[in-house]
Design a protein around this ligand. Structure first.
Ligand SMILES: [Zn+2]
Length: 486
């Protein structure tokens, strides 16, 4: 149902809208919609850098509630350390705060997926299998493997024919990072045909080395999409039609365009069409993400990279609705502005056309994501909205190139580097009104921190403010608001 390219993934772009209607024509899906309290959970916000995508349907959506997740390690040695580490990482993601990010789609934390079990098949996928693919042969291979897994684990069978009665079967081979989620079919013992949820998740770099960040990033992405878009009535996204959105790339000029009718186009940021796709996951580049902690069934705590998801309702750094997010369990927001290189280089052979065919081995200039971010830290998030000056914020920054730890009014955010990026460049501290304390404990030589001083005029995020630069050395800066100060 959608496809998408991971860091090293072979491209295959699903025609998801059409596939979706084909599925609904085959099978009428029962509505299983419940109204949940509409909570907005503050979080780590990634500011869109291109014209925003949007969710065309206001809902209610057909989503999966507390789906069971069964892991199928496909072509690994049973009991091996590889299987153990992947299982532990998957459990950490499942137990994390990530799933609160689905609240706005009627799928709050209480609706988070639940670990079912794991099974290892020493035999891997057939030759030519595309872990990020959605061809008929790819899906038939998944269906056959799920049938084997259910034969070995009879309790894994769906409880009925509807997709909402199916666990999510996650098929995990030792293949380069890429992912896909789709509906499959299972022939039940009572001769009914069950519609089932399948996720395909790659695990390695292009040399075949296991990379935990790539696995957990794709696992979180595909699972979130499977939960929110299990078929007709699910959550889908539309991309901007603005000419400045780099939806497509092409061997002939304009090499980067947003014209769906230009012959020879290959999908670039117009990818997939579910909440994990688009700007946040450019193919063959770093994806927007954050490290969360979770626990496995042994009680061990793990730090796992998860990918951001599209939120149609969260406010971005400038206060307008729509941003990418990771819910980390804190009550306050921090804002990350992803840094793109407007004159980057990509190879067209890594991207595919509407038929799934890759482009030529040819490089072009295109915007690329650097894997680095600027960070904005705001105060006053616990303020009485009628009396913003009532809150005195205490903000601490401890930064270097591999990790930035921010404390805002006793809540801690840890921004760690990841296999495909995550470094913080510049940091802006805006404590706002009240008498505030900002302490800069450490900075790397190439990082800058800017701190708003007591000259703050007005109350909104766009108001005039004076920022002071603190550079290149540890230091402490304690601005106090001076009403009307210069
Ligand atoms: Zn996706």
């Amino acid at each position: 149902m959608l496809s998408f390219r991971e860091f090293f993934g072979k491209a295959l772009r699903g025609k998801r809208a059409r596939a979706s209607s084909q599925r609904s024509a085959r099978r009428r899906l029962p509505l299983a919609v419940r109204q949940f309290e509409q909570r907005i959970v503050p979080t780590v916000i990634f500011d869109p850098q291109f014209p925003k995508e949007s969710v065309p349907s206001a809902g209610p959506y057909t989503v999966l509630n507390n789906p069971t997740v069964d892991l199928i390690f496909w072509g690994m040695t049973p009991g091996s350390s590889t299987v153990t580490s992947l299982r532990k990482e998957a459990q950490a993601v499942l137990s994390s705060s990530y799933w609160a990010g689905l609240n706005e789609y009627n799928n709050g934390n209480a609706e988070a997926p639940v670990y079912g079990g794991a099974w290892t098949d020493p035999n891997g996928p057939p030759a030519g299998y595309n872990v990020g693919g959605g061809s008929t042969t790819d899906i038939q291979a998944r269906d056959a493997e799920v049938a084997k897994a259910i034969q070995a684990n009879p309790s894994w069978a769906p409880s009925g024919t509807a997709v909402t009665q199916s666990p999510i079967y996650v098929l995990i081979p030792l293949l380069p990072s890429a992912g896909y989620n789709n509906l499959g079919t299972y022939q039940a013992s009572n001769n009914t045909t069950d519609t089932i949820n399948e996720c395909s998740v790659g695990t390695t770099d292009s040399s075949g080395n296991l990379v935990a960040d790539f696995f957990t990033q794709t696992f979180s992405h595909e699972l979130a999409e499977c939960i929110t878009d299990p078929g007709a009535g699910g959550v889908t996204v539309n991309y901007s039609t603005a000419t400045s959105f780099p939806g497509y790339v092409n061997a002939t000029a304009p090499n980067v365009n947003n014209n769906p009718n230009q012959a020879g186009n290959l999908f670039y940021l117009n990818s997939g069409g579910q909440i994990g796709d688009g700007e946040q996951e450019p193919g063959f580049e770093a994806h927007y993400g954050y490290r969360l902690t979770g626990t496995d069934s042994e009680g061990d705590t793990l730090s796992v990279k998860v990918q951001s998801l599209w939120s149609n309702r969260r406010l971005d750094d400038k206060g307008s609705a729509g941003a990418f997010l990771v819910t980390d369990g804190n009550l306050q927001n921090i804002y990350l502005a992803p840094i793109w290189n407007q004159s980057g280089t990509i190879n067209l052979q890594n991207y595919t056309d509407a038929n799934g065919n890759p482009g030529p081995n040819q490089t072009i200039t295109a915007p690329t994501f650097t894997g680095t971010y600027d960070l904005v830290i705001r105060g006053d998030q616990f303020s009485d909205p009628n009396n913003l000056a009532s809150y005195n914020d205490t903000i601490t920054v401890n930064a270097d190139d591999t990790q930035v730890i921010v404390t805002v009014d006793k809540e801690t955010f840890t921004l760690a580097s990841m296999a495909d990026g995550g470094k913080i460049r510049n940091i802006t501290v805006e404590p706002g009104l009240g008498t505030n304390t900002a302490t800069i404990q450490k900075l790397a030589a190439d990082q800058e921190v800017w701190v708003e001083d007591g000259s703050y005029l007005g109350t909104g995020p766009a108001a005039t403010k004076v920022l002071h630069r603190l550079g290149f050395a540890a230091g402490s800066f304690r601005p106090s608001r001076r009403p009307g100060g210069a």
